[in-house]
Design a protein around this ligand. Structure first.
Ligand SMILES: Cc1cc2nc3c(=O)[nH]c(=O)nc-3n(C[C@H](O)[C@H](O)[C@H](O)COP(=O)(O)O)c2cc1C
Length: 207
């Protein structure tokens, strides 16, 4: 059952943002499909999350329990964001592609929620993701085209997000591209194509 949906948006371009536009489209569909779910919106352009500093690192990643305890206060924001993610059944990440990867706004969120002992843990065989049983939808807006053609191998946004989500145990991930926004011949089709992709997403059923 989908009880909580977390929507993480990274573009600072407000109403002009293509990734946000498509996220709103998805939001409308989700609210029809899951009217009883709780919706949590994490707007990274407003939050301006901090980079990990020494005290936060000690709080969230130290193997020395005393040191972690002494710095607990510095880990509160990470605790909050991580708990928000863990409590959600569906994660939506809407982001621009910037310089062929993700904006640092989104990377800051990832650095705060990919946490040993919370969203992954070390096991004998390597690492086990702890954020299991969730679905995710990625909405990635870009000026160019990266699903095929000569720029495909330049895409460090989708492969990275898929990899990091898999690392914490989220393997059911669908990507919607809003691509070609800066390519004159393709720009007009970018939004309608993405809207069509939103209507085709598989959002119910087993994870
Ligand atoms: C700082 C910056 C870097 C960008 N880098 C890329 C890029 O590497 N590849 C690309 O195809 N488009 C790039 N773009 C274009 C954006 O991906 C495009 O404008 C997209 O619509 C942004 O998403 P948004 O509309 O949700 O803000 C860049 C735009 C900005 C502002």
């Amino acid at each position: 059952m989908t009880k909580q949906i977390l929507v993480v948006s990274a573009s600072p371009r407000g109403a002009e943002s293509a990734s946000r536009m498509i996220a709103h489209k998805l939001d409308a569909r989700l609210r029809e499909d899951f009217p009883d779910a709780k919706y949590v919106y994490r707007d990274l352009a407003e939050d301006n999350l901090p980079h990990l500093d020494s005290r936060t690192l000690k709080a969230i990643a130290s193997r020395d329990l005393k040191e972690a305890e002494e710095n607990r206060e510095a880990g509160r924001l990470s605790d909050k964001l991580t708990d928000e993610l863990l409590a959600s059944d569906l994660l939506v990440i809407a982001t621009p592609m910037w310089n062929f990867g993700i904006p640092s706004l989104l990377k800051a969120w990832i650095d705060l929620v990919v946490r040993p002992g919370k969203t992954f843990r070390y096991v004998e065989a390597g690492v086990e993701g702890l954020a299991k049983g969730k679905k995710a939808v990625l909405i990635i807006a870009s000026g160019g085209v990266f699903t095929g053609g000569p720029w495909k191998s330049w895409d460090y946004a989708d492969p990275y997000l898929l990899q990091i989500l898999k690392f914490i145990g989220i393997e059911n991930v669908q990507t919607v591209r809003v691509e070609g926004l800066n390519v004159p011949l393709l720009a007009a089709a970018a939004i309608p194509n993405a809207e069509r992709a939103i209507s085709k997403l598989a959002l119910s059923g087993p994870r």
